[in-house]
Design a protein around this ligand. Structure first.
Ligand code: HDD
Length: 708
């Protein structure tokens, strides 16, 4: 007897169609001219690559059941030309899984990018909240997803839109989600209007255009009729609607929340995220160019910055207001989500800092499957009766059930709390926990009474014994919600002339894209109620008469804190393009790169060809470089290509700092840039780069834009 069982008459096994390597190898390193900037730590040192955590195990390709597969390139057939056999389990498993790879995209905020990081509290919030993660020195892991609202998953990043800013804090007391936007007011006051505003803003239902735009009739039809939307709309028309980067956006919790401290005392607060490197926008032409040249502009920028060690940081700050019975502050109804509280009236108190320092390993598993919910609360943070927030508390869990295929989405790795979970929720689609015990009910004696209920001092959802006024059941709202214009006027009047100019140009563009004259005329009436000058400028551009206001203009006190122009900020992670070629002195090139690195910015070398210039890798070729990628550009070489000339022309028009050495100054001439124009420096390499880095602190050379 032998152990081999041979079947008489069976054919000898066929050789594989081609040989494959049988020794496992790591993934190929990215090519120099395809990769992002070189990885650096915040101090400028090269960072050690940490191997990503991956789910794949072992060296061999297997089926989903772990059976090793000999062949994945040919389906099983009856002979080389024969029909494919239904019994080919590997074929069916592979195709079936592929057929189900996509899940429904988010109804809104479908397009997003995310990163991991930490939040460290400084303890300043301890007097107003008992939330453990806000105690001094406590560091909490976070996952943040930024998004646009209107576009589909594949839409461009730089469209004019609100940006989502959703943060998941994995605290020791359970998950806390702060699901905010980069604009502190919202379109509507009551959640029942959400489907209306979204249907109006999404592409027209007949042709499904335009994608990811508010510049169309249905949007302006709705917001000009439902004028509570005017507050949010003017923020969209400002430079906030076209951020330079996710890293350069403020974030807002929008609603007023109620904090509860250890003594049970309450205050009303607004949450603010303040980017350490300032709040900056693109210019409209720049945003449009970016959408074509690099639709992934913001996604790439976030990932590149983190990879290069320029970790984005935000301070979390609170505006603290007394929890008064009428829930108003300085005449502002705190339950109305279309209103903000000017910082001059309620200053910001910084309570901690967030640092994003790790890119996701897998987009789908993390960024797509993350599920936020404004009802994910921890002890010490509670909601208010804001009718928009109350509706959101229903909507988010409901949407995840469709989007993530069932009620067990909290078990997905990215959504799992870092606190113990013992929830008595059982079964359902995609249940991946193996629950022990026999008594998932309360009260029970069979599982020893477990799990126990937390005492009032450690439980979340502290129900503050707020008085609910005796009232009748009615579909109405508070009269204070009817002021739709005073804060719109306040916002517009607070900005600098160049910011106001951008707003009127944005309205002129958006309304200019509408076909219905009635819609344009109605929106002009709304603008007349905001500011006569704004209305007149937009009307002139549309070729229509400026209408008279229908309301007495409110007397408003400007809030300078709303301006994005006029200060200087750190330049961490700002990009500097360096034009060089084979004739460039490599040591000069290296000096310029190092100076940019040393300032915390990111150098990107542009050359006529990919590969290396001496020891220096080329990141962009003349063919792949685009002005939109650079916050400043310096020419060390006289590259005569039309592409490089265009980079300089556009960068000049967009108010970017420009420099050249005498060897590179021909580039300026070809782009018709005069050497004494504001923000243009011709000097030796050291002095030129030094001047550019200083100019970068102001974000743009505003003087040049105003002159233009
Ligand atoms: Fe919302 C997603 C922010 C009002 C219903 N919302 C969503 C996201 C953000 C916001 C950042 C993306 C989360 C992510 O990255 O996964 N939403 C807001 C803010 C609002 C707001 C700041 C007002 C202050 N939202 C709002 C209302 C409703 C919704 C009034 C419904 C009544 N929002 C949703 C949703 C989404 C969502 C349909 C889509 C995907 C998801 O929830 O998870 O349920």
């Amino acid at each position: 007897m032998t152990d081999d069982i041979s079947v008489p008459g069976a054919p000898a096994s066929r050789p594989a169609p081609f040989d494959e390597p049988t020794t496992p190898e790591g993934p190929l390193p990215p090519k120099a001219d395809q990769s992002g900037p070189e990885p650096r730590t915040p101090t400028g040192a090269r960072s050690a690559d940490t191997p990503p955590a991956v789910a794949q195990q072992g060296e061999y390709l297997t089926s989903a059941q772990g059976a090793r597969l000999r062949q994945t390139d040919r389906s099983l057939k009856a002979g080389p030309r024969g029909p494919v056999l239904l019994q080919d389990h590997h074929l069916r498993e592979k195709i079936t899984h592929f057929d189900h790879e996509r899940i429904p995209e988010r109804a809104v905020h479908a397009r997003g990018a995310a990163a991991h990081g930490t939040f460290t509290a400084n303890g300043a919030a301890e007097s107003v909240t008992c939330a453990g993660f806000l105690r001094a020195g406590v560091t909490t892991p976070v996952f943040v997803r930024f998004s646009t609202v209107l576009g589909s998953r594949g839409s461009a990043d730089t469209v004019r839109d609100t940006r989502g800013f959703a943060t998941k804090f994995y605290t020791e007391e359970g998950v806390y989600d702060l699901v905010g936007n980069n604009i502190p007011v919202f379109f509507i006051q009551d959640a029942i209007k959400f489907p209306d505003v979204v249907h109006a803003a999404k592409p027209h239902p007949d042709r499904e255009i335009p994608q990811a735009q508010s510049a169309h009739d249905t949007f302006w039809d709705f917001v000009s009729l439902h004028t509570e939307a005017q507050a949010h709309t003017i923020w969209n028309m400002s430079d906030r609607g076209i951020p330079r980067s996710f890293r350069m956006m403020q974030g807002f919790g929008v609603h007023t929340f109620r904090l509860i401290n250890a003594q049970g005392e309450t205050v009303l607060v607004k949450f603010h995220w303040r980017p350490k490197i300032g709040t900056h926008g693109q210019l409209w032409e720049e945003a449009q160019l970016s959408a074509g040249k690099d639709p992934d502009y913001h996604r790439r920028d976030l990932a590149d910055a983190i990879e290069s060690g320029a970790y984005p940081q935000w301070d979390l700050a609170l505006q603290v207001m007394p929890d008064s019975p009428d829930e108003t502050f300085a005449g502002i109804d705190l339950l109305d989500p279309t209103k903000f509280v000017p910082e001059e009236l309620a200053p910001l108190h910084v309570v901690g800092t967030m640092t994003l320092d790790r890119n996701p390993v897998n987009y789908f598993a993390e960024t797509e499957q993350v599920a936020f919910h404004p009802g994910h609360l921890v002890p010490g943070i509670d909601v208010t009766n804001d009718p928009l927030l109350q509706g959101r508390l229903f909507s988010y869990i409901d949407t995840q059930i469709t989007r993530l295929g069932g009620p067990n989405f909290a078990q997905l790795p990215i959504n799992r709390p870092h606190a113990d979970v013992n929830d008595m929720l059982r079964d359902g689609m995609h249940q991946s926990a193996v629950h022990g015990g026999v008594a998932p009910y309360h009260p029970n004696s069979l599982d020893g009474g477990c799990p126990f209920q937390a005492g009032a001092d450690v439980g979340a959802f502290i129900d503050v014994p707020a008085v609910v006024a005796e009232s009748v059941k009615e579909r109405t709202q508070s009269a204070s919600f009817e002021d739709h214009f005073s804060q719109v006027r306040l916002f517009y009047r607070s900005l600098t002339p160049i910011e106001q100019q951008h707003i009127s140009a944005a309205y002129a563009f958006e309304l200019g894209k509408c076909y219905e004259e009635a819609v344009k005329r109605r929106q002009l009436v709304a603008l007349a109620n905001v500011d006569a000058g704004l209305c007149a400028t937009v009307a002139a551009s549309l070729g229509l008469d400026a209408p008279a206001p229908t309301l007495e203009p409110a007397d408003v006190e400007p809030s300078p804190a709303l301006r994005m122009v006029g200060e200087t900020w750190p330049i961490d992670g700002r990009t500097v393009g360096i034009v060089a070629d084979d004739a460039t002195d490599v040591s000069e090139l290296a000096t310029v790169r190092d100076a940019v690195h040393a300032a915390g910015a990111v150098p990107l070398v542009i050359a006529p060809h990919g590969g290396m210039l001496g020891e220096v890798p080329v990141q962009r070729t003349t063919h792949t470089a685009a002005s939109i990628e650079f916050d400043a550009v310096v020419a060390l070489a006289d590259d005569p290509s039309a592409e490089t000339t265009r980079v300089f022309e556009e960068a000049f028009r967009h108010g970017k700092a420009l420099g050249a050495t005498s060897a590179g100054a021909g580039v300026l001439d070809r782009a018709h840039i005069t050497r004494d124009a504001p923000g243009v420096v011709v000097a030796d390499a050291d002095a030129a780069v030094d001047a550019l880095l200083r100019l970068l602190g102001a974000h743009r050379v505003w003087e040049r834009l105003l002159a233009g």
